[in-house]
Design a binder for this molecule. Structure first.
Ligand code: GLU
Length: 444
């Protein structure tokens, strides 16, 4: 079967699920040519079996807010594949979230988790609940109601959710507390917990740190160094801010962060003081970046309302760390014009298909793909599971050392499989690891 036939069949079965179809297309464009030399996988229908989730659970969440009003939300868990281990992947709470998005994320997660080399399958879940519309007490109520439904589908050897957009350590605390209460068991059915109660050190930092470990290795391998570089970052969640922190630690100039309202440019580069203020604003006050225009840092920043960072001049590295499809072909061209040579994908599927095709066709710009670059988060989730299973708590140094070694292995794997094309390397290596296990299990 040709790729086009395969994709049109998939589209007929999943009409309108554009992000899911995009994710499958992006991976299979690399996998299909490789399958020509791996006929056993085609005969055993691996492409079909790995595109389709094992199961999709959809449910209603009804809860009463602090004003006494009944609220109704949609909830899902997409358990994509557990060939390599229990289902594993985050929960996203976001206004307007669709099953389509979670199917793309669960598909990607399966190959990302495979790349970590840890025994984890792939899943993703979430809700169309919009945390921005509710106060902390309503968020607690919602998390409890969400877990009242989710608990029956998860467990340390079944499916282990974690955080994602809209779900941080506060929400994981509420979700885990509810799970523990219902099951009357203290066990590692969720990761991203606080280190105060079974969480791993540096889980919060891991996706951002891992991103920079990967980038550093890539630059060193191609004869460069991070030190003299300038980076644009989008997003202002934990991925963006901890990537920024690691860059600062390595003396790299960080020129921007952003949120859904606009971009905050750092005129002379980000400083530790500014970063601390941003962490307080985003993690504690849960405010907007526009607030930085006022107050003690106003002379150091410039705020660009309704703008992404990709038009800013003078950077060599772009680190999208906001959300999917944040860079289209136009933005990719802007990046090229402004001198960016490396797009280091910290968010999942940040480039549209057109943008990916455009950049991969260039000799002067390289994509470091999300499923490899941002695997550090789920890798430390895997380490959190190990700590929970052995009733131990490891030091931050130990976890960080393991994270660096996992990122380095992922880098080498992508290099070997892609021969310089990291997108291809990550896609084929991830696919092969899952496919090998699936084929060994026979027809199930
Ligand atoms: N949501 C994160 C990701 O995209 C983390 C998942 C996890 O730790 O299970 O990989």
């Amino acid at each position: 079967m040709t790729l086009n036939n395969f994709l049109s069949n998939l589209e007929n079965k999943n009409p309108g699920q554009s992000e899911y179809l995009q994710a499958v297309r992006d991976v299979y464009e690399d996998v299909f040519p490789w399958l020509d030399n791996h006929k056993d996988y085609t005969e055993e229908k691996l492409p079909e079996r790995l595109a389709e989730p094992d199961r999709t659970i959809a449910f209603r969440i009804t809860w009463r807010d602090g004003k006494g009003n009944i609220q109704i939300n949609k909830g899902w868990r997409v358990q994509h594949n557990n060939a390599l281990g229990a289902y594993k992947g985050g929960l996203r709470f976001k206004e307007g979230l669709r099953l389509d998005t979670l199917k793309f994320l669960a598909f990607e997660q399966t190959f990302k988790d495979a790349l970590t080399g840890l025994p984890m399958g792939g899943a993703k879940g979430g809700s169309d609940f919009n945390p921005k519309n509710f106060d902390a007490m309503d968020i607690e109520r919602f998390c409890q109601a969400y877990m009242l439904e989710l608990y029956r589908h998860i467990g340390p050897d079944i499916d282990v959710p974690a955080g994602d957009i809209g779900v941080g350590s506060r929400e994981i605390g509420y979700l885990f507390g509810t799970y523990k209460k219902i099951e009357n068991k203290f066990q590692g059915a969720l990761t991203g917990k606080s280190p105060a109660f079974g969480g791993s050190c540096i889980r919060e930092e891991a996706t951002g740190y891992g991103t920079i470990y990967f980038l550093k290795q890539y630059l060193e391998n191609s004869g460069g160094a991070l030190q003299d570089k300038k980076a644009l970052i989008s997003g202002a969640g934990n991925v963006a801010l901890f990537a920024a922190q690691k860059l600062l630690d390595l003396d790299v100039t960080v020129k921007s962060v952003s949120d859904s309202d606009g971009t905050l440019e750092f005129k002379e580069g980000l400083t530790h003081d500014l970063l601390n203020a941003l962490k307080e604003l985003k993690f504690e006050k849960r405010g907007r970046l526009s607030e930085m225009e006022e107050g003690r840092f106003k002379s150091q920043v410039r705020y660009h309302k309704d703008k992404q960072p990709w038009g800013l001049e003078g950077a060599n590295i772009a680190i999208p760390a906001a959300t999917q499809n944040e860079i289209g072909e136009k933005e990719a061209k802007d990046l090229l014009d402004s001198g960016v040579e490396t797009i280091c994908e910290a968010s999942n599927m940040p480039l549209t298909s057109d943008a990916t095709k455009y950049v991969r066709g260039l000799k002067t710009m390289t994509i470091l793909p999300a499923k490899a670059v941002n695997a550090g988060g789920v890798a430390v989730s895997g380490l959190e599971r190990s700590q929970n299973a052995e009733y131990q708590h490891w030091s931050a140094d130990k976890v960080d050392e393991k994270l660096q070694s996992i990122m380095s292995d992922i880098f080498k794997t992508c290099l070997r499989y892609g021969e310089g094309d990291f997108v291809k390397g990550a896609n084929i290596a991830g696919f092969e690891r899952v496919a090998k296990a699936v084929i060994a299990y026979g027809a199930n």
